[in-house]
Every structure is written in structure tokens, then in C-alpha cells.
Design a protein around this ligand. Sequence first.
Ligand SMILES: *Cc1c(COP(=O)(O)O)cnc(C)c1O
Length: 396
Amino acid sequence: MNDHQSKLSTLCIHGGRRSSQGDSAVVTPIYQTSTFVPDPEDYAKVEAGETADSRFYSRYGNPTVAAVEHRIAALEAADEARLFSSGNAAMHASLMALALPGGHVVAADKLYGGTRAILDHCLTDAGGSVTYVDLDDHEALRAAVTPATRVLVCESIANPTLEVSDIPYLETLAREQGLALVVDATYATPIHQRPITLGADLVVHSASKYYGGHSDLVAGAVAGSREIVSRITTWRMNGGGCCDPHVAFLIDRGIKTLALRMGAHNRGGQALAEFLEGHSRVRRVNYPGLPSFAHHDRARELLKGMGGMVLFSLDGEDDEADILLSRLRLALPAPSLGGVESLVCQPARTSHAKMSEQERLAVGILPGTIRVSVGIEDPGDLIADFEQALAGSVIE
Ligand SMILES: *Cc1c(COP(=O)(O)O)cnc(C)c1O
């Protein structure tokens, strides 16, 4: 069966498998080695810049890492994929490779804090520049594009407010203006959306989240055309942000259950969002699967599942959210997301702590806001946990 005809749940198990792997092992072995005794073929690959598939030195490429990269490329419907030491390393190499020297980036105003830091510090310090814009404000978006603009960057689903990017519109604009469209698809995963099939040039992931899926590793991934990925691979090789083979093995193990896990995250996310929306202490719930959500129709059009991320605001201040978090028994108060266990955090205390309350309001984060990464526990148990915590944390 050809990768292009297979369903995603099949690709999670068999995607990118090479009959030429020359190995009878059913599971990709861990090549825990820094270096190799190269063949003439490997020397030729390194010389031609095709380092990722070479057996030469593990900063250049490693067979375990390469096997996972082939699987991710199949899942993302991309020519090539590369793993990195973190999601930030993947985004950093991508933006540097595509925007430098001297280029300008147009970025969504709702963006993961780490990506913003790359744009505000690394890119700007290296002579590039950035403009943030509300991507739904088409006039402002078009006005932000200058002759120096090379990249348009967004998230398929924004962290933490869950707005859904209109990738078909952004793709049209990117084509028209000759920009590379870069989509951080960490929240959606290829199970819910494959941005490459919608015209994106590059997909970036924090594999620390759903791809890995068990909160036990930090890694990143990119997927795209051979030409773009090759430019980014040079940055990986020189910058040194390669993925360790043992971490790659864990990502591969995680990917095998990705479709299964996303189904459970969807069910739990929908159930918890509906429960919270009906609770008297909750002022607002952001969840793409709720008809009350501003981008509900767009989510239904562009996403195959609504996911496990839920944002809600208590009818109260941040200290009431602190108490609620301390009363939860199943959901753990920790940053990060996308694992099998439910995690809760307050953007005002974590990812958006550096902003003023005014600035947070401008990006849609009200006081008393909590982000939930819904795990794969029984949805009824999770709802019961939130019910008891909400009942017991009222400040009199
Ligand atoms: C976590 C995250 C990142 C950064 O990934 P790391 O693996 O933590 O470096 C990038 N984008 C999004 C949307 C994230 O949630």
C-alpha cells in the first residue's frame, strides 16, 4: 500500500517504512551511537548535503531519527521531515533559514510565547524584523506585507485562546506575495489537520506535546518540501539542534497511538467544555467544538477533530483560579500539554506572565483564566474532579 492512499491511523503505524531498511526488526532499533564507519555512499550523501539519511555522525543524521522522520513526512503529506532537540529549536532553525539575511516576518498576534521570543530576539538581533497582526483583519494583514517580507507564520489553533487560522486564505495571500507560509500545528496534529494539503509550505511541531504524547520528552519537528527542508537541515547541522536517537524512539512509540489518543482527547475535551459552559461559576469557555465559540464554523470546516485543549474563565480573579487549581485531584497543575494525563495552568502565571493585565485582555485572556490540556482519562471522572473543585473553591 502506498502512503498516499493510506488512512492516518494506518500511517501512524506503517507510514514511511522503508523496505530497504536492511533490518528484520519490527520496531525501529535505537542506534545509540555518535559516530559511524561510513561507506563511500555515506561520504557522497554528506558531500551532496543529504546528511539526514547518512550514517556518518549523529549530529548530521542517525538511522533511528531518520526512520521517524520518514514516518512524520508520510503523516504530514510532506516530501521530507526533520526532528529537532525541541519545538523551539525547530521553529528557530525554520525562521532563520527562511527569513535571513535581512528578511521580514509577518506573524499572528496570537502566538506561542517561545515563538514570539525567537522573532523578537533571535531574528531581530540577526538583522531581521517582524510585524504582529490579527490574521482575521485582512486589511491590516495585507498592509503588514512589505517588499522585504519572506515569511507568514501562524498556528493552526492558537495557544491559548484556540482561534483557528484560516489557512486557505493565508495560502492565497502567501502565493500572491511570494511568502513562505509556516504553520505551527502542535495543537491540531496531522490527525486533525494536514496544513501541507491546504497549501502551507512548512509545518512545525513541538513533538514534546501530542506527537510524543506522554509528557516524557522534549523534541520538535518540521515537514515540508525537499527544497525548504534542506535549507532548514543546514541550520540544524550547523546550529546543532539535532534529536537524540533515544528521544526519537520514544516519539516513534508515541506516534503509533497518536490517532487513538486524539480520539480520546476529542471526547474528553468536548465533554469537559460542555460541562464548564453550563456551570454557574464559569464566565466563558473557548473550545472549537462549542457552537458558542467564534471560530466554531471554521473549525468544523478545517479540522477533523476539536482536540483536547479547553480554555475557560472563572467569574472571578486569578487568585480564585489559584485555589481551583490547588483543589483538583486528577488534573495536575503543570505547564505543557498534549500528554495522556490532564494538565491545568493559568496563562497569567505561566506563558503570559510577562504581559500586563491590559495586554492579556487584548489577546483575549480574561482574569481567572485556566487552560486545560484534557488527557485521556474517563471524561466522567474528569468532570467530577472539576465539579468538586469548583464547588469547594468559592471565596466567600
Ligand atoms: C510547546 C510549544 C512550542 C515549543 O516547543 P518545545 O518543545 O517546548 O520547545 C511551540 N509551539 C507551541 C504551540 C507549543 O505549544
